[in-house]
Design a protein around this ligand. Structure first.
Ligand SMILES: Cc1ncc(COP(=O)(O)O)c(C=O)c1O
Length: 460
């Protein structure tokens, strides 16, 4: 493509014809998009020839890195053999069966059945419909309310967007679907009271769930839905007390637990799924993104035997499905991706090497005048940029300094994402010392340059 179109021309055509996701099109049109031309392992290249270290794994996707020949060959072989067939009307094929079996093997013990889609949003829509269908099958159709959390991101379709807790997402084109409630997110740095210890805060945030269940009536509540670590909301890592208390509460009221593992699935926390890392017992896991390391769109939900058995016991259709549910090429690529992750031991490597290396690298910036907090779990990390470290005071106009910093990062050859003024990272699982050193140098330079730009706003 870049041979036929020069990058300036691509930028111009992009501005004329291409509407981007989550983008200010006014500023995009004046500034133009960066044209990415290729990827290799932990790096991507833009059309100006800049090599950039990808600290976001694409969009939390490229766990095995970019441009794997093996994944390309798996897709090619499957395309020649059976490029597409649907899984409606009592048909199936080898890649979808093998992948479903593999996912049942790596998921928590009692999650054994898989429904496929193409995106994380679709997987959450599927989960919402199935949760309500489940309660109807159990003779409790009043149980329709799904409780989730402020700042959660569960996708952009209307149902997933309604279940998510981002006010700027809700603000567009809704009324949101009814039947969703949002409780506080377990964001200790941003939400705790002065002097409140993380453990006490974690319990308080979890008990907001119990308060909400009691407020709407337990007999009306179908499920609690949450990302094990809030990703797009700013890599918010719950204190250690949070998940055990949440599990206690969902058990007490007999409501379903939906773990949205679209970001945390496939090794990011050093276990196949974050639910295993935290020891929670979800009834449903939704997944997407890194199932194929992002090489092809594939998502789905893995359900436990309680839900699976209820479906089996009922002699009627679950009226739900997508043309691309269980697409054979996507499944073949996912199988190869999981095989590579196992062969290269990428999941234990997060526990033993890459996770601790990320934590160590971020910790070096704790004393930087711009940085209020660094935090990480596995290969998910964040740095809070603040105007006053001591009081945690934010900069005026949230998001402005984050964007300044993000642009410095990219100029320094490193991608970190800005969530307002929180810089977040989710590196591919293949990083070695060389990439950690490179990232550390780029972060140091980018923070200093950002500091120079906002020096007048920082508390002495
Ligand atoms: C936790 C979570 N759930 C769902 C989604 C939506 O996935 P998709 O963009 O594939 O629809 C995302 C996307 O970032 C996500 O982070």
């Amino acid at each position: 493509m870049t041979n036929t179109y020069q990058s300036a021309q691509l930028r111009e055509l992009d501005a004329l014809h291409h509407l981007h996701p989550f983008t200010n099109h006014n500023s995009l049109r004046s500034g133009g998009a960066r044209v990415i031309v290729r990827g290799d392992g932990p790096y991507i290249w833009d059309s100006e020839g800049n090599r950039i270290l990808d600290g976001m794994s694409g969009l939390w996707t490229a766990n095995i890195g970019h441009s794997s020949q093996e994944l390309a060959e798996a897709a090619y072989r499957q395309m020649l053999e059976l490029p597409y067939y649907n899984t409606f009307f009592r048909t199936t094929h080898a890649p979808v069966v093998q992948l479903a079996r593999k996912l049942a093997e790596i998921a928590p013990e009692n999650l054994n059945q898989v429904f496929f889609g193409s995106s994380g949003s679709e997987s959450n829509d599927t989960a919402i419909r199935l949760i309500r269908h489940y309660w109807a099958l159990k003779g409790e159709p009043k149980r329709r309310i799904i409780i989730s959390r402020t700042n959660a991101y569960h996708g952009s379709t209307i149902a997933a967007g309604s279940m998510g807790g981002m006010s700027h997402v809700h603000a567009h084109s809704y009324p949101c679907y009814e039947g969703f409630r949002h409780i506080m997110d377990p964001y200790w740095y941003g939400e705790s009271e002065p002097g409140e210890a993380p453990e006490a805060f974690g319990l308080r945030a979890a008990r907001a769930l119990e308060d909400e269940i009691l407020a709407v009536g337990p007999e009306n509540v179908a499920a609690f839905a949450a990302e094990p670590v809030q990703g797009a909301g700013g890599v918010k890592i719950a204190p250690a007390t949070y998940w055990p208390e949440v599990q206690r509460i969902v058990d007490k009221y007999g409501i379903l637990l939906l773990a949205d593992e679209v970001i945390t699935g496939f090794g990011r926390l050093g276990a196949w799924f974050a639910s295993q890392y935290y020891g929670t017992r979800p009834n449903i896991i939704t997944f997407a993104k890194a199932a194929t390391s992002g090489y092809l769109p594939l998502s789905g939900i893995i359900v436990d035997d309680i839900i699976g058995d209820a479906l089996m016991a009922h002699d009627d259709d679950f009226h739900h499905g997508y043309t691309f549910s269980g697409h054979p090429v996507c499944c073949a690529v996912a199988l190869k991706n999981l095989e590579i992750m196992e062969r290269e031991k990428l999941v234990p490597r997060v526990r033993e090497y890459t996770g601790p290396a990320l934590a160590k690298m971020l910790a070096k910036f704790t004393d930087h005048p711009l940085v209020g907090e660094v935090r990480s779990v596995g290969l998910l990390g964040a740095m809070e940029l603040v105007a006053d470290k001591r009081t945690r005071r934010r900069f005026a106009d949230p998001g402005r300094v984050g964007l300044i910093c993000r642009d410095h990062f990219i100029r320094e050859g490193f991608i970190m994402r800005a969530v307002f003024d929180t810089m977040v990272t989710a590196p591919p699982l293949i990083w070695t010392d060389a990439q950690f050193q490179e990232a550390e140098a780029a972060i140091g330079r980018a923070l200093d340059l950002t500091m120079r730009d906002v020096a007048g706003e920082i508390a002495a």
